[in-house]
Every structure is written in structure tokens, then in C-alpha cells.
Write a protein that binds this ligand. Sequence first.
Ligand code: SF4
Ligand code: SF4
Length: 447
Amino acid sequence: MKASRYNHLCAIRNGRIILAYNSYSGAVAEIESENYPVVRKILDAPNAVYEGEAASFLQCLRDGGFLIPDGIDQRSALRVKARSDRLEGTILTLTIAPTLACNFSCDYCFESRTGGRMSEPTQEALLAFVDRYLYRADGLRICWFGGEPTLCLPIIERLQREFAELTRKHRLTLYPGMIITNGYLLDAAMARQLKELGVAQAQVTLDGPRSVHDSRRKLKNGRGTFDRILDNLCAVAGILKINIRINIDKDNVDSAYEVVELLQSRQVLDKVNITFAPITPSGSVCSDIIERCHDNEEFAGALTRTYRRLLERGIRQVTFPRPSSGAACGAIAEGYFVVSPTGHLFKCWEDLSLDGAKWVGDIFSSQPSEQQLANLRAYQSWQPLGLTECRDCSVLPICMGGCPARGLEKPSATCGSCVTWKHNLGELLDLAYASANASPSNPNRGS
Ligand code: SF4
Ligand code: SF4
């Protein structure tokens, strides 16, 4: 036996409790401080003979993956899993932008906001592309994106119905779809229509209380959008599965948590998932906001403070980190593409534009150009275990190198795009523990 390289031991509650967390298995163990010397001894010398209580501790450590057989190389296992997950069991996963146009004018938007709607011939070509691809796929999953996809509901309706037809023809599963929307037009009637079409989940963004949100996410005519989005969320939360994304930068870092309080006061908090995300400058469109973006370590601190503020108000949001299923992002999977309104294929929605620099192909032809092939191969060959810092990183199983697009932006770097856990694992474990113990029914309670 030997100790896993992915063990983390964090003292919390002024050292009265030690939390043992293993980022490979995801197991969490609570150790009373008086038992810690014995546990430490077992981890340091797992092959010694232990009896009584020490023997039961040893068994717990084995069960949680804190101790593993000598012959197991977890890093190699991660490398193999990362490789196989991107090749095996291909589900054709398309993020489709039927338009890049939007009814909002957000100050940090990375989209070029150009282009019309997906034309009839392009829709036909997309259906033919999906039909061809499904001969070698195991299923189809669709995410609607933009611009603002709800501006193109007739296109969504037509294509969702045709996709269902195609998966029936190929005897494959059309997985429940998702839409990423600003939420302004997503009322109950639209939510019911989307659900009937097989779009079961929506991601909507709120960036703070009304004054903050409305200063950043306005309509094109400058009017605010907060009240209508909040009303819509209350109306659709029982119809669609809702994820609310709260973007954080230096300007709203102290008020972002208020959104969660508001959702609680409107009695929808228990019907939605919340994700706090950093605002990141992306290409020329966003270069003017770089000053207010957090770097990774700053964002980790901002996230910790936000969760702490919420916990102080009795709202539990933080969860124990889960080991990644193999890759941090679908972009590196073989059957994952972002489709532009003109039918061009990309690997990441942050690459989505009409200038062709990041295209990896198009739906009209099976012969990508040299440049498109090079772009595609860059994603396909992205391997965090080839980077020196990632290889030795103790949170590799919950990060797997992070966002590949950001990793590819810095070809000579020694690490990918680090998850916040790298910087705040101890604090977030402490908060997750406090959160889990605030209610015995919390599903994130550690094992
Ligand atoms: S590659 Fe990065 S930016 Fe692109 S979809 Fe994946 S996580 Fe997002
Ligand atoms: S990107 Fe950073 S946090 Fe992620 S595995 Fe690599 S070094 Fe660790």
C-alpha cells in the first residue's frame, strides 16, 4: 500500500478538525485532531501492522482512496482516461449559434455581434452534416447559443424537430438539450415550447442586483433588463432546469452575492443552480475590460469571500469538488463542434467569429483546409499531462488542465488554465464542510 499523491489534509476549526480530501476519488474524511497522529502515521507507513481503532482507520483510508495498492499509478490512469474519454463513445455534441445578433449590448461581450440568421440552405446543410455524422456516433446532444438564440425560435423549432427525426432514423438518443440565453425573452410560454422540443435546460446570466446588472447588461437602447429577467426566471424555474451564471469582476465582486439573496427572497433559489464565473478578456472585442478582470488567484479569493458572505446569511452554495470525468472541457472531444450561423465549425464558442482564424472545418465539406486541420489538431492534441506543472499538480484530477482554449493561447506555458481550487482548496473545503453540516440533508455532505 502507499499514500495517494492526491491526498490533501486541511486543518479547520482552529485545528480541532482535519479534513482529508482526495482529489482523485473525491472522498472526504473528517478526522478529530486527537486521532490525527495515528492517521498521519498510517499514511506514512501503511504497510505496518495496525490493530483496534488504528486498523479501522486504515480500512477507511483504503475505502476512500487515500491509500492505494503499490502497483497503481494514478497519474498514468488519468492520462489514459483523458485520452479514451475524447475518443470513445462519441456523442455528437453541437453548440449551435443560429445568429450572432443580440438584443443586448453587454460591455464585456466577446461576440462580434455581426451577421444575420442561419439561412435555409445552411440549415439544410447542417441537417445533412448531422445525418452523415450519426452513422459513426452514439447519440446527439444540442446546445443553443448565440448572439441571442431566442431571437431565432423558429430555427430552433425546425432544427430540434428534424434532429429528433434523424436520431429516430439512426436509432440513437437525442439527449435533453440546453440553451444559453440572456433570459430577456424566455417567458413561461417560450420555456414550455422549448421543453416540448427537447430543450430541457437554460443558462441565464445575472450580474448583481438591479443597479449593477443594468449598468452592464443593457438592451441595445440602453434600458435595463434585470426586472424582466428576474420575473422570467421565477416563471420558468419550474419548467426548465435553470442554471444562473453570475459573472464576477473587480467592479461587482462585492455585490454579486446579492443576486442569490434576491433569488431566495423570490423563493426560486432551491429550483436553480448557481455558478459564479470570472469575466475574462477574450480577443480584441474585450481588450477594453482587461483592467477590471481578476487573474486566476484573485478570482479564487473573490469566490471564497462570496461563498463566505452567503454562508453567513444562511445560504449554502459551495460544494466539495468532484473529480473530472477525464477532460475539463468537451472542446477536446472528437465529436464536439460549435456551429456558426454561416455553417463554419469551431471547437470553442470563444473562437466563434466570422473571420475564419479559428475555424476547424465547415458543414458543407468533409475536406478541411490546412489551416482548419491545424486548428483542429491543436485541440485534439491538447494534453495537460504533457505540461510539467500539471503533471505534478495535486489538484490535477479536479482540473485536468482547465480550459483548453486558454491553455492553447500560451503554447510555451508549463501549466494549463488553473482551477480556483489550486489557490483556495483549504478554504473552500472548510466552507463546503460548514455548508454540508448546516443541513444533514445536504447532498454534498462528504463521505
Ligand atoms: S475551451 Fe474553454 S472557453 Fe472554450 S468552451 Fe471549453 S472551457 Fe469554454
Ligand atoms: S492547470 Fe493548473 S490547477 Fe490545473 S492541473 Fe495544471 S497546474 Fe494544476
